[in-house]
Design a protein. Structure first.
Length: 110
C-alpha cells in the first residue's frame, strides 16, 4: 500500500501542527505579558505606598518635634527629662532614616 502525497499535501500536513503550536505559543506569550504588566503595576503601587509611608512618618515626627518644643517653651509646663529624651531620640531616628534613605538612593544609582 503506497500513499502518494503531492508537495502541497505534504506542506499542508507539516504546516498544521506548526500553526497550532505557533498559535499556542503566541497565546502563552500574551498571557505572560499581561501577568508581567499586572506585576509591574503592583510593584509601582507598592513603591508609591512606601514613599507615602515615609512621608507620613516624617510629617508625624515633625509635628511631634514642634509640639515638644512648644511645650518646653511654656513656663508652667514643667517638662521632665522624658520630654527632652524623647525629643533627642526623635531627632536621632530622623537623621538615621535620612542617612539610610540617602545611602539606598546612592546604591540605586550605581
Amino acid at each position: 500500500m503506497v500513499i502518494e502525497l503531492s508537495l502541497g499535501g505534504l506542506l499542508t500536513l507539516l504546516g498544521i501542527p506548526t500553526a497550532i503550536t505557533s498559535l499556542g505559543l503566541w497565546m502563552l506569550q500574551r498571557k505572560m505579558a499581561k501577568r508581567e504588566e499586572i506585576r509591574d503595576k503592583r510593584e509601582a503601587a507598592r513603591e508609591k505606598n512606601e514613599v507615602l509611608l515615609i512621608q507620613n512618618t516624617r510629617a508625624a515626627l515633625a509635628l511631634a518635634e514642634a509640639t515638644a518644643i512648644a511645650v518646653q517653651r511654656i513656663p508652667d509646663a514643667h517638662c521632665n527629662g522624658d520630654m527632652h529624651a524623647a525629643l533627642e531620640y526623635a531627632r536621632k531616628v530622623k537623621h538615621e532614616q535620612k542617612d539610610f534613605l540617602t545611602e539606598q538612593g546612592v546604591k540605586a544609582i550605581y
